[in-house]
Design a protein around this ligand. Structure first.
Ligand code: NAD
Ligand code: WQD
Length: 338
């Protein structure tokens, strides 16, 4: 069964491709490599023994995408492709609206044209904005998003609901990821950010390897256990497996469904620094700085819907994720670039 994986060379996509291959699926990656490296394909081959089929194509380019839909027998699409940097989206909103919305519309139109019925979409906990109640359920209010990146996710969710209403054959799983961290235990694939990392874990690993002097902890006056921001960090392999569970669900012809994919557990920035230090027996120098604009106090998921309906649950601990993040960083000090 061929699964089209847009953005499959990226961080979450590559881990999902590994899980797909290991479960006997036949993933086809479409990626324009705007935020990933071709090297990842060889790494996937080393882990699984299979080099996945790959098209270097921009998903917004419908003519090129049509050729893929024409020549391949696709049973489902997992749509990871998109830009994801919050700060960059504030500076370049049109670039984000253009890429994230058009890539999704392009794929959906081709799915309708070629009668491909099953679609998994990478959404984000960012659609919940600043949650009023914790833990966050799928019924919690959405839409109070404060940046263009987050708005693309919210807008795409709305588009998907409209499309599903008039295409009863379509089965759509909207997966709202919480904060993915970690790497494949082999240390062969992992997160490889361009430039200065925006997210906490890659920043910590770059401090640990000596690329950055110290971590800035953004604010210590949040309404949390120790004043630093609390998030729900999920190991990327657990997250990847959530996509396989979603594919099984779509096979039951379930229409449109929405799932939180997290661990259900909140971890503060300082707790994360401690977990990383303990897990890896390393020191991570840090300094408390000002809050980062737009950040919220706390965000963690109620995952009982995914536990029950997808029969999926996160298994890795934060400590294991810290070990795997460091394993990838230490084995690949310059990411996929030698
Ligand atoms: P990533 O940047 O590592 O992967 C995205 C991949 O898509 C990259 O390989 C990039 O080259 C590719 N891409 C982008 N635009 C494309 C286009 N027009 N055509 C073809 N390829 C294109 O990001 P990731 O962390 O793996 O995230 C995957 C998805 O999950 C994204 O949609 C992201 O918004 C979403 N998400 C990520 C996080 C996170 O913290 N990493 C959290 C919630 C949601
Ligand atoms: C986590 C915590 C920071 C960096 C972002 C996006 C969200 C989603 C995941 C895609 C916060 C603190 C961070 C640093 C710090 N992406 N921090 N120093 O902000 O929860 O979510 O990534 O959908 O949309 O907004 O994740 O990893 O940036 O921050 O103190 O150098 O770490 O303040 O409390 P965030 P993050």
């Amino acid at each position: 069964m061929s699964i089209l994986v847009t953005g499959g060379a990226g961080y979450i996509g590559s881990h999902t491709v590994v899980e797909l291959i290991e479960k006997g699926y036949d993933p086809i990656i479409v990626d324009n490599l705007s935020n990933s490296k071709i090297e990842v394909l060889d790494r996937i081959a080393t882990i699984t023994g299979v080099k996945p089929k790959f098209y270097k194509v921009d998903v917004c380019n419908k003519d090129e995408m049509r050729k893929i839909f024409e020549s391949e027998s696709i049973s489902a699409v997992i749509h990871f492709a998109g830009y994801k940097a919050v700060g960059e989206s504030v500076a370049k909103p049109l670039m984000y609206y253009n890429n994230n919305l058009n890539s999704t519309i392009s794929v959906l139109e081709l799915m309708l044209e070629y009668h491909v019925d099953n679609f998994v979409f990478s959404s984000s906990a960012t659609v919940y904005g600043d949650p009023k109640v914790l833990p966050i359920t799928e019924e919690s209010e959405v839409g109070g998003v404060t940046n263009p990146y987050g708005r693309t996710k919210y807008m795409i969710e709305e588009i998907l609901k409209d499309v599903a209403k008039v295409n009863s054959n379509l089965n759509i799983a909207i997966l709202r990821y919480f904060n993915p961290i970690g790497a494949h235990p082999s240390g062969l694939i992992g997160e490889d950010p361009n430039d200065i990392p925006n997210n906490l874990m890659p920043y910590i690993t770059q401090v640990a390897i000596g690329k950055r002097e110290r971590l800035g902890v953004f604010g210590s006056d949040y309404n949390t256990v120790d004043g630093t921001g609390v998030r729900d960090y999920i190991h990327v392999v657990d997250l990847a497996r959530g996509h396989l569970a979603a594919l099984d669900k779509l096979d039951t012809k379930c229409g449109l469904t929405i799932y939180n994919l997290g661990t259900g557990m909140g971890t503060s920035v300082l707790q994360m620094v401690n977990a990383f230090q303990t897990a890896n027996k390393l020191k991570v120098p840090f300094v408390i700085t000002d809050r980062r604009p737009g950040d919220i106090d706390a965000c963690y998921a109620d995952c009982s819907k995914a536990n029950k309906e997808l029969k999926w649950q996160a298994c890795y601990s934060v400590e294991e994720a810290c070990k795997d993040s460091w394993n990838f960083q230490s084995k690949n000090p310059n990411g996929y670039d030698y």
